[in-house]
Design a protein around this ligand. Structure first.
Ligand SMILES: *[C@@H]1O[C@H](CO)[C@@H](O)[C@H](O)[C@H]1NC(C)=O
Ligand SMILES: *[C@@H]1O[C@H](CO)[C@@H](O)[C@H](O)[C@H]1NC(C)=O
Ligand SMILES: *[C@@H]1O[C@H](CO)[C@@H](O)[C@H](O)[C@H]1NC(C)=O
Ligand SMILES: *[C@@H]1O[C@H](CO)[C@@H](O)[C@H](O)[C@H]1NC(C)=O
Ligand SMILES: *[C@@H]1O[C@H](CO)[C@@H](O)[C@H](O)[C@H]1NC(C)=O
Length: 442
């Protein structure tokens, strides 16, 4: 599932790298590797074709598309003619220095990331200029964590959960050059982020899981790929699957508890983590988070409940992706429109909201449990798409810093990032689903 970090070495180097990577993914269990949440140890696949090449093709096509959207033509974008394109101007801007390869834009990670600095998963310039072991195409950036680099930085990234004091922000804002981009970076839904009104008129771009972000940064990422691991027999996906459905959660007291409770009326659901008692699950065994033994156990299930903690636009977290990565079909419940290609892989999930009642959903899961052919259809996407842990947001951001000089500011960030406006989706239907008889709710 992972694009290997090879290239420009001897074959020995390539093999060494692969061995190292394998060790990494089997022995090292990253907890704060990417998000603050869980990260799944990867299962290894027999891969065919050159995956590195595949990632390279993908990220190049993304950046090229972006260049085109800024008015760079086929002629001017070729490697050999990059510098000659210096005098092409961006659409809607009057600057001309568009594509000078030698200009290295500076990106300052201004805040910590969940208390971490440097950010655990993006620590230096080298990492910032690579995606899945592939060098970001065409453009180069420098990543710094030093606040003293603020004046010379082309972009400042502020992680929403680690915001500085408002006075610190205002001080920096007063000294901000008009071309410096301030980026509001959020991974949590507006339900779980501090109020944004005091950040009005401060930020130029937003970088979030929302697909309409200036820099789209979902929790994981997938793309269409030619070099897909070929599976001899789709039944491989069924291997060792002798259990039905589980839910793992560390946070209780949300609407989703009621959903699981309701589902338990119709079928067996194994619950791991803090909410077991709250929903009245009866499984005896435990599954300590991030342990290899637990991960092995979870792979034995056919379905996983991937229930989001809030129901907001496009909000799909690692719960969905982790299920896919461990080869379990996710039963999703959230505010996102999962039919959007940006949001989820077509045919990879079962959406609870597609069912009139929880009972109907339970019946469907039991049907799939009994009908192997029908169940295996949820793995068809694997013939076409590949999942990786991160989107190439760094390459996109770097390219955009070179391309986009359009002035832009989020005057009303509090309407763009607002729990009342973007959350609570499906609330009414969901309430109806989880309690057929009227009863006070929360
Ligand atoms: C895979 O592709 C990369 C990038 O194009 C190349 O550097 C590498 O040598 C290729 N590896 C193999 C095994 O073909
Ligand atoms: C730059 O623009 C001028 C006209 O504005 C054009 O004649 C010239 O060919 C361009 N140079 C390159 C390298 O594209
Ligand atoms: C073009 O840029 C100059 C400064 O470089 C600025 O004064 C001018 O207003 C800009 N023109 C437009 C149309 O944006
Ligand atoms: C969800 O997304 C799909 C695909 O983009 C679209 O056709 C559909 O109208 C959307 N549904 C809603 C409720 O917005
Ligand atoms: C099992 O699923 C397949 C594929 O969806 C379907 O064609 C078949 O009729 C189902 N069999 C039964 C017994 O429901």
């Amino acid at each position: 599932m992972q694009c290997t970090k090879t290239s420009f070495g001897t074959s020995i180097l390539v093999i060494l790298t692969m061995v190292l990577l394998m060790m990494y993914y089997t022995d090292h269990k990253p907890t704060t590797h990417l998000e603050s949440h869980t990260s799944v140890p990867h299962h290894r696949h027999k891969t065919q074709g050159n995956i590195t090449e595949d990632c390279k093709i993908h990220v190049e096509s993304l950046v090229r598309k972006m260049m085109e959207s800024y008015g760079l033509s086929e002629k001017t974008r070729g490697e050999g003619t990059l510098n000659s394109a210096k005098n092409v101007s961006t659409r809607g801007s009057n600057t001309t220095n568009i594509i000078d390869k030698n200009v290295r834009k500076v990106v300052l990670a201004y805040t910590m990331y969940f208390g971490q600095k440097p950010w655990g998963w993006m620590k230096n310039t080298h990492e910032f200029n690579h995606w899945q072991g592939v060098k970001c195409p065409y453009y180069n950036c420098e990543l710094t964590f030093e606040r003293r680099d603020r004046p010379r930085s082309d972009a400042l990234i502020f992680h929403a959960r680690d915001m500085p004091f408002i006075d610190t922000l205002r001080y920096a804002l007063e000294r901000k050059s008009p071309t410096q981009k301030w980026i509001y970076f959020a991974m949590e839904s507006p339900m779980n982020n501090p109020l944004t009104s005091r950040f009005n008129s401060m930020f130029n771009w937003i970088m979030t899981y929302r697909s309409d972000s200036d820099i789209f940064r979902p929790y994981s990422y997938y793309f269409e790929s030619k070099h897909i691991p070929l599976v001899q027999d789709v039944k491989e996906y069924m291997e060792g699957k002798d259990r039905l459905v589980f839910w793992a959660s560390s946070r209780c007291g949300l609407m989703r508890d009621k959903f699981v409770k309701k589902l338990l009326e119709y079928m067996k659901v194994d619950v791991f983590g803090a909410c077991k008692k709250a929903v009245g699950a009866s499984n005896k065994d435990k599954c300590p988070k991030n342990s290899e033994r637990c991960e092995k156990k979870l792979k034995r299930y056919k379905f996983e409940l991937a229930l989001e903690n809030s129901y907001c636009v496009d909000y799909v977290t690692e719960k969905y992706w982790d299920a896919l990565k461990r080869g379990v079909v996710p039963v999703v419940l959230g505010g996102a429109n999962y039919s959007k290609k940006d949001i989820a892989i077509p045919g990879s999930f079962i959406n609870a909201m597609d069912f009139k009642t929880v009972k109907k959903l339970a019946e469907y899961l039991i049907y799939l449990h009994k009908n192997e052919t029908a169940y295996l259809e949820y793995f068809k996407w694997k013939n076409k798409y590949r999942i990786v842990d991160y989107p190439p947001w760094n390459c996109i951001l770097c390219a955009r810093l070179h391309l986009d000089n359009k002035p832009k500011v989020y005057t009303w960030l509090d309407t763009i990032w607002n729990a009342n406006k973007q959350c609570g989706i499906h609330r009414k239907e969901l309430q109806k689903m989880v309690r057929p008889r009227p009863r006070t709710f929360e």
